[in-house]
Design a protein around this ligand. Structure first.
Ligand code: FNR
Length: 383
């Protein structure tokens, strides 16, 4: 099978993954307007390519938080990689290491943070954090990732509750018994204040059903089970200070979509912002992430690095995001498609194809390196 573009991997994954797994990865919230707009929005943007600029040598390298990566495309945090490939996140980490890019490991990984960093000891890894009602859980995780050499904490702020993903409800999606949210293996026994651990019914998707605090099935069910229902919906800006008090690592805030929140993020001293709508899995009706980027970049004025995820499927999508001011982009679903195809090798192929396309788009637009990519490349009259 010849894999030419990312859609080829999507098709393969759809044909080969169990339906419930495919549905979980593909899901958007409600009617999936935002999920779908994430992709369509790139197609509305037109480029203004420049010619005769000697593009015989092109360089895609860049830096994020001072660390060099081979191209401005990293791996966004996504849950449950072992559903797609037997050693899941360990393969993802090895692929990112081999390609010299950044992997943001999810709190909801099916391998532990220790297994991930050991699998790719020279890889650039960031850790994505969800904040639990029981703050001890998050505190311990932050200490562990710092000890393991992760280089940043990415605080996801768009999940006070899980969005309503219809197919997951229909499928009664949950992790199969042989898989776990490995980061919490054994921890529950240690955390005295944790109440409950009742194997409650799944499917607590709406805030209304989430009033049963203390009833958790923590055997790893992110979705509609304990691990999500035990997230703290009272999290607020002051918790940035709490997180800063726990770690010396840079803090990146993920899930910002407005200039107001971007300003607050900078004022609270974060080191980076990921413009994201969680792949359209949270608030349906929010903007495509690429459409939210400009106002945030304008507000931030270079005070911190701004990144973006959501709907990146081609090299020209990457070029457009960089032209609009993103320092780097991250990909979510394509990584699990790569895993489903061939594990580590599949993820490497995804990154390679995307980088090859990006390099080609850059050259065809007359850019020799990423510092030559700027707003002049965008045809604003078309937007
Ligand atoms: C996610 N995302 C996510 N984000 C996060 O901060 N923590 C997480 O555990 C997860 N889990 C997760 C699972 C799955 C299956 C998906 C598709 C997404 C959101 C993710 O980081 C990112 O924002 C989007 O996936 C980006 O959009 P694309 O590239 O999937 O279009």
């Amino acid at each position: 099978m010849s894999m030419v573009c990312l859609s080829d991997f999507e098709l393969f994954a759809k044909e080969h993954l169990p339906k419930t797994t495919w549905d979980y990865y593909a899901a958007g919230a409600d009617e999936c307007c935002t999920r779908d707009d994430n992709l369509v929005a790139y197609k509305r943007i037109r480029l203004r390519p420049r010619m005769l600029r000697d593009v015989s040598v092109t360089d895609t390298r860049t830096t994020i938080q001072g660390m060099e990566i081979n191209f401005p495309i990293g791996i966004a945090p996504t849950a449950f990689h072992c559903l797609a490939w037997h050693d899941g996140e360990m393969s993802t980490a090895r692929a990112a290491e081999a390609m010299n890019t950044c992997y943001i490991a999810s709190t909801y990984s099916t391998c532990s943070v220790e297994e991930i960093s050991t699998a790719a000891p020279n890889g650039l890894q960031w850790f994505q954090l969800y904040v639990y009602r029981n703050r001890k859980l998050s505190e311990q995780l932050v200490q562990r990732v710092e000890a393991q050499g992760y280089k940043a904490v990415v605080l996801t702020v768009d999940v006070p509750y899980t969005g309503k993903r219809r197919n997951d409800i229909r499928n009664n999606f949950k992790l199969p018994p042989h898989l776990k949210v490995k980061n919490f293996d054994g921890i529950f026994e240690q955390v005295e204040t944790f109440q409950g651990q009742v194997n409650e019914k799944q499917c607590m998707t709406s805030p209304f059903k989430q009033t049963r605090a203390g009833e958790y099935d923590f055997n790893g069910a992110e979705v509609y089970g304990g691990a999500v229902n035990s997230l703290d919906p009272s999290i607020s800006w002051k918790d940035i200070y709490w997180l800063q008090s726990l770690t010396r690592l840079p803090i990146i805030i993920k899930g910002i979509l407005t200039k107001e929140d971007a300003e607050l993020a900078v004022e609270h001293g974060v080191q980076g912002i990921i413009v994201s709508n969680h792949g359209g899995r949270q608030l349906d009706g929010g903007p495509a992430s690429i459409d939210a980027l400009s106002e945030i970049v304008e507000t931030v004025q270079g005070r911190v690095e701004v990144y973006l995820d959501g709907g990146i499927r081609t090299g020209s999508d990457v070029l457009k995001a960089l032209a609009l001011g993103a320092k780097c982009v991250f990909i979510g679903r394509p990584v699990v498609w790569g895993l489903a195809y061939k594990g580590e090798e599949g993820v490497r192929e995804i990154l390679q194809i995307l980088n090859d396309e990006f390099r080609l788009s850059m050259a065809l637009a007359g850019c020799r390196n990423v510092s030559e990519i700027n707003r002049n490349l965008i045809q604003f009259s078309k937007l």
